[in-house]
Design a protein around this ligand. Structure first.
Ligand code: SF4
Length: 229
């Protein structure tokens, strides 16, 4: 039964990195930082971070196509990253819908923006918790992940075969896909973790300017190595 093969982290502990929040909000200590600190403390109970993941083995690799338990994923970059990998960890992580409801109800647009950034950082922290759990649980030293839609090489429509690995409809942590392949609730992230000795980040292949979520510098040389220039 598929249900027995789903691993759920139901209550991910949440510690928000104050320094990172201040950096992303471009706040100096003498500006609205005290207000934001109170906001962070007040908003913490609204974050209900959860994750679901699976341990899957690759059935087939053919060119840019990867078959995992009957689901075909197509990406030149993913195929290269999985060239010497047999076991992968498809996942979905969310901070839940309650946080978004609180954020949407906020009338002050500046506070709403703060909550948006804090929510993104909370989601990133929850994903990192999953990553550390996978590393500890499966004895893996290095891991990286890719998400559908993060690069044009692996478009958002690839969410469909990825989500199919978790069954039909809503995942057990309450995340579903809209008809346009967006995740509901929005503060969710999905993808595939894979073991690797050389850390990979999609940002290395993305030349988008001024992205506030950038985690690695764009590197045209690495992009050329992946053959997607
Ligand atoms: S730079 Fe921004 S848009 Fe590009 S992959 Fe990284 S997070 Fe995504």
């Amino acid at each position: 039964m598929l249900k027995n093969r789903l691993h759920i982290l139901d209550k991910i502990p949440m510690t928000l990195p104050f320094g990172e929040i201040r950096r992303q909000l471009h706040l100096k200590k003498d500006t609205r930082w005290d207000e934001v600190k109170h906001l962070i403390e007040a908003t913490l109970p609204d974050i209900q971070a959860k994750a679901v993941y699976r341990v899957c083995y690759i059935d087939e690799k053919q060119g840019h196509n990867i078959a995992i338990e009957g689901q075909r994923l197509t990406s030149q970059v993913l195929a290269k990253n999985l060239a010497s990998v047999e076991r992968v960890f498809p996942f979905v992580v969310t901070i839940g819908s309650h946080y978004l409801e609180q954020m949407d109800a906020q009338k002050d647009l500046v506070v709403k923006y703060y909550l948006d950034v804090i929510g993104n950082i909370a989601l990133s922290a929850a994903r990192k918790f999953l990553e550390q759990s996978l590393q500890a649980g499966y004895g893996l030293e290095g891991m990286s992940f890719m998400s559908p839609g993060s690069l044009t090489d692996w478009p958002l429509e690839e969410q469909r075969p990825l989500f199919a690995l978790f069954g039909d409809g809503e995942t057990p942590i309450g995340v579903s896909l809209s008809s346009s392949c967006l995740m509901i609730p929005a503060k969710s992230v999905s993808g595939i973790y894979f073991p690797t000795e050389v850390p990979f980040m999609s940002c290395q292949l993305c030349d988008r300017k001024d992205c506030p979520s950038r985690k690695a510098a764009y590197d045209a040389k690495i992009e050329a190595e992946y053959g997607i220039t």
